[in-house]
Design a protein around this ligand. Structure first.
Ligand SMILES: [Zn+2]
Length: 652
């Protein structure tokens, strides 16, 4: 989901906090335990069932703004029976009856929960149950919308947006991201006039027309979580395109359901969908729903929502498109196990925007994107209390800082390893078409990289803020440089690899080298030597791979740069055969090693004039350029902490 405008609807939903009692796991419970987590919002009864299938069969009445129909729920019960089958469903919706094998059964509907006593339910040998709930009503506004009767250009328009806890506002379900139904049927009836098109998840298997209604039969045959089940209804202009997989050469339909007035404006960007699909498929592995479709359905909400196989779009920027498409892998293929872990959806989708910027406009655009989405505020990426949309969908934490975690991980493990991790994560047997927690992702990262990433995840996901580095450096003499890095923040120290860029000059050429150091304490001193140039500057993480502040204390080399050597201007200049260079060594420093070299324009040494120890005093050397081509040269004098380079012109 990506909200573009600044208006928040805060809606508190019931939050269940019961713990999970420790118990022996039999085989049925093992299969059921996969969606159980410490922070589940499920109650104990819900944890004991596993949903297999939903069928929504709804009639949409635009005149009365009411929906009426049924939802069939098929599920499996673990060996420890719940007291009730409990389905989340808002109280304002009216349940007319619940049928099992066409026989009405008893139920309670209170506190936004539909409770059916287990004693009244027939459970077969396979522990399967099946219920059909008949209901009607006008769905209440929920979260970012829930189910909305809306208008676009004075024509009725229905859209849904159920993340995080709002599927329950319009259809009864076990409304939790971790328990995906294996498949869902979505059967929707709309009036014949105007010529409504119902767009939804999966593939359209058929449409029928009966008296004054048209019915759309959509089938989603990939596992899907409740908040991704969606409707977008309008007399859309529909156009299609084709994706040819760069991996398998398989083809897939791309469907665009656009508001007629947006058709022309959105066409150029929507035409890029196939390129975006190819780009991400090559990076993360095949588009996860390739047997069905991908597409866009315009809606009137001010943002986008990654509904499985058909993103709902409030606008059509490339940024919004790649964000929602990125969710096909990060959110839809692998769904956050709980909303504490929402960064696994939103941080990844935000990062997809940076990857697309890099792909289209180059490395600089990538870094610009990251720098424009840095977040330095308080709070943890791990959502401590995911009870409302405003807490879950924090732009700073769940989106921006979370995308920086991937940016930092990319540099920490290295380019190739990073994309290996993403591909392996997307194809993980127990996580793909299922749900993952932060620790699941951490484990994949550690398995692939062989690194212990506990500290990395602790500080960035469960910890707050960022390091504030202070760097100072000085030349010890004899080509040895000391660099001191202090972490001056008042909170915990961070452990990160840091790029140190040493820059200086050799002759006329600017040269630099980057060394990666491990930094993990409040104050650390590093010693470097072996540079083949005089270091003039040391920069900390100049490319910005770390979310940080960096300050530099006074470059201490200045303090030990007295006039050990004074170099005169080369003379004559220009010259036509011989040029003179004189220099003076200050007696207080004693004997000094001096190099004088001649460089050409490409930085290559043409001739070495001096490589000797000199006593203090006044000295002179000459360069005889006979036999050389005329042109520009550089005469450079260097000691171990001083460098003087002058441009000289040889004219024959
Ligand atoms: Zn999103």
């Amino acid at each position: 989901m990506k909200k573009i405008y600044f208006s928040f609807f805060i809606f508190l939903t019931p939050f269940y906090g019961e713990g999970i009692e420790p118990k022996y796991l039999c085989s049925h419970e093992k299969s059921a335990s996969r969606w159980q987590t410490q922070n589940s919002t499920l109650n104990q009864n819900q944890e004991k069932i596993d949903i297999k299938f939903y069928e929504l069969n709804l009639d949409i009445n635009f005149n009365s703004s009411r929906i009426r129909g049924s939802v069939t729920v098929n599920g499996v019960i673990g060996n420890i029976y719940p007291d009730f089958i409990e389905l989340d469903f808002y109280d304002n919706m009216t349940v007319d009856s619940i049928l099992q094998n066409n026989i009405p059964i008893l139920y309670l509907h209170e506190n936004d929960m539909l409770k059916i006593p287990i004693s009244d339910i027939t459970i077969d040998d396979e522990n399967l149950f099946s219920l059909t709930i008949f209901y009607q009503g006008t769905p209440d506004h929920c979260g970012a919308g829930g189910f909305k009767f809306d208008e676009h250009q004075n024509i009725g328009h229905v859209w849904t947006l159920s993340e995080a806890y709002c599927a329950r506002s319009w259809w009864p379900c076990k409304d939790d991201p971790s328990d995906k139904a294996d498949s869902v049927n979505i059967i929707i009836s709309v009036p014949l006039e105007p010529a409504y098109i119902v767009a939804s998840n999966g593939l359209l298997s058929s449409t029928t027309i009966n008296s004054n209604k048209k019915t759309y039969f959509w089938k989603e045959r990939y596992p899907i979580t409740t908040y991704l089940v969606s409707l977008a209804i309008y007399p859309y202009t529909k156009w299609v395109d084709q994706y040819v997989s760069p991996i398998s050469s398989d083809t897939m339909l791309i469907e665009h359901y656009v508001f007629p007035d947006r058709y022309e404006a959105s066409y150029p960007n929507y035409s890029l969908t196939k390129d975006m699909l190819s780009f991400f498929s090559e990076l993360f592995g095949e588009y996860p729903f390739i047997s069905e479709k991908y597409g866009h359905a315009d809606f009137t909400w001010g943002g986008g929502m990654e509904h499985q196989t058909l993103s709902s779009m409030g606008s059509f920027s490339q940024n919004l498109m790649v964000h929602e498409l990125g969710h096909s892998w990060w959110g839809n293929l692998i769904t956050c196990k709980t909303f504490n872990d929402i960064w696994l959806n939103e941080g990844f989708a935000r990062y997809c925007q940076a990857l697309w910027a890099e792909h289209m406009y180059g490395r600089e655009a990538y870094f610009d994107f990251m720098n424009n989405h840095a977040y330095y505020g308080a709070g943890t990426i791990y959502v401590e209390n995911p009870s409302s949309n405003s807490q879950i969908f924090s732009a700073g934490l769940s989106y921006n800082k979370a995308s920086w975690v991937l940016h930092m991980l990319r540099h920490k493990v290295g380019e190739t390893m990073f994309f290996d991790i993403l591909k392996t994560y997307a194809s993980n047997d127990s996580l793909s078409y299922n749900a993952a927690s932060t620790s699941d992702f951490q484990k994949v990262c550690e398995d692939i990289s062989g690194l212990d990433l506990e500290q990395f995840f602790q500080q960035w996901i469960y910890g707050e803020k960022y390091p504030k580095y202070e760097l100072s450096w000085w030349h010890e003499g004899n080509g040895i440089y000391n660099v001191k890095i202090d972490q001056v923040q008042s909170y915990n120290f961070f452990s990160m690899p840091i790029d140190l860029k040493f820059a200086g000059s050799a002759g006329p050429m600017l040269v630099d080298t980057t060394i990666v150091i491990e930094n993990n304490n409040s104050s650390q001193l590093y010693e470097f030597s072996g540079f083949n140039f005089l270091v003039e500057n040391v920069m900390l993480d100049p490319e910005n791979w770390i979310l940080k502040e960096a300050t530099y204390s006074v470059n201490e080399i200045d303090n030990i740069l007295p006039d050990r050597v004074e170099v005169e201007k080369a003379f004559p200049n220009p010259f036509n055969s011989k040029v003179k260079l004189s220099f003076y060594i200050n007696p207080q420093f004693g004997d000094t090693h001096v190099n004088v070299n001649i460089f050409d324009l490409r930085g290559k040494i043409v001739e070495s004039l001096i490589d000797n120890e000199f006593i203090p005093g006044y000295h002179t050397t000459f360069w005889n350029a006979n036999g050389k081509s005329s042109g520009v040269y550089f005469i450079q004098l260097a000691t171990d902490n001083y460098i003087d380079s002058q441009k000289i012109l040889f004219l024959k």
